[in-house]
Design a protein around this ligand. Structure first.
Ligand SMILES: Cc1cc2nc3c(=O)[nH]c(=O)nc-3n(C[C@H](O)[C@H](O)[C@H](O)COP(=O)(O)OP(=O)(O)OC[C@H]3O[C@@H](n4cnc5c(N)ncnc54)[C@H](O)[C@@H]3O)c2cc1C
Length: 309
């Protein structure tokens, strides 16, 4: 084993986050970060200590193929740790790889570091109410929580190729279709107005959409509005099973504040809520609260905003 940390994700942006996480691990040590690519190099990939291009697999479509390619390369080159972005594919890749290598696998980790013997990190448990500190003896595999590291901006590095031989999978990607995504970009929104079941009809969302626009923000929602009622696309749903956001202002409108929802917005800078129920748990997660009917409070807010230009 050497002090090299590998970073991999099938998603270009996430790969650049994982490269930042790997850089944190080797900080202050003689270690280096190598970004692994499978089959083809990608233009937007940042590789601080250089890239390792694994030749042999025809594509990186299947986590099974990626895990086998990484396994063959890791057996030969013995990295200290392999970090994989915790995307849907990445979670499967990492667990398969750890099982093949017979090493430990830490999942959804952030604040990663190493003392030379172990990998150390933190992960959210109980929907983010508790932070668990975890360690795993090196060599180790870990998935890195998406969105927990900045993307590495620029990092020139050479490319080394390694032929790991043909890797096949019984699973083929038959076709890819771009999902129709709304214009919402909740991850980078500074202001989010988020709608919950307190909104009575789909048409009433227009009022919140207008408020979000006036505040130069985006419209989010609780899960029932997207998953159960289908009033908004899935991309709007915030929480444990949806998007995690950290805006400067999160305005929860008619949202009760269940753990599964607050898990996705608890890192917001300022939280304000509007709810008719003074005991709604959302108020406990809020800096400011208005006990009132959203059908009165939201128009009043809009009037106040337009009065102040
Ligand atoms: C495995 C699992 C995963 C889940 N993941 C998520 C997730 O990622 N994100 C998520 O959001 N949920 C998630 N949920 C669902 C979650 O448990 C809650 O059911 C959901 O968050 C409730 O949504 P809500 O607050 O909009 O609705 P409700 O709980 O019904 O709350 C509606 C609120 O509106 C208030 N209200 C009613 N009328 C008005 C009015 N006129 N003006 C102002 N306030 C009013 C009520 O007092 C109430 O507090 C998950 C559940 C499970 C089981």
């Amino acid at each position: 084993m050497n002090h090299v940390v590998w970073a991999y994700s099938e998603n270009e942006g996430v790969s650049n986050e994982v490269a930042s996480a790997a850089t944190d691990i080797v900080k202050g040590s003689p270690g280096e970060v190598v970004v692994v690519e499978i089959a083809q190099p990608r233009a937007g990939i940042r590789a601080p200590g250089g890239r390792l291009l694994l030749k042999g697999p025809s594509s990186a479509d299947s986590p099974g193929v990626v895990a086998e390619a990484l396994y063959r390369a890791a057996k030969e080159l013995q990295p200290a740790a392999v970090l994989v972005g915790a995307t849907r594919n990445g979670r499967e890749t990492a667990s398969r790889l750890a099982a093949k290598l017979r090493v430990g696998c830490m999942s959804e980790i952030y604040n990663l570091s190493s003392d030379g013997q172990s990998l150390l990190g933190e992960r959210n448990v109980f929907a983010g109410k508790v932070v668990a500190k975890v360690t795993c003896a090196l060599p180790a595999v870990a998935t890195v929580k998406v969105g927990s590291y900045p993307r590495m901006e620029s990092a020139p590095g050479g490319t080394r190729e390694l032929d790991v031989g043909g890797v096949d999978s019984p699973i083929r990607v038959a076709s890819r279709e771009k999902k129709a995504v709304g214009a919402v970009d909740l991850k980078s929104a500074k202001v989010i107005v988020s709608a919950g079941r307190g909104v009575k009809k789909k048409e009433d969302l227009a009022m919140l959409e207008d408020l979000a626009r006036e505040m130069h923000g985006a419209l989010g929602c609780s899960r029932p509005l997207s998953s159960d009622l289908g009033w908004l696309p899935e991309e709007h749903h915030i929480g444990l099973t949806g998007v995690s956001v950290k805006p400067d202002l999160y305005l929860a409108v008619g949202i009760s504040g269940q753990l599964q929802h607050t898990a996705g917005m608890k890192d917001s800078k300022v939280v304000a809520s509007i709810n008719t129920d003074k005991d709604a748990p959302m108020f406990q997660a809020s800096d400011y609260g208005i006990v009132g009917d959203l059908y009165q409070v939201v128009p009043a807010l809009r009037r106040a905003l337009s009065a102040h230009g």
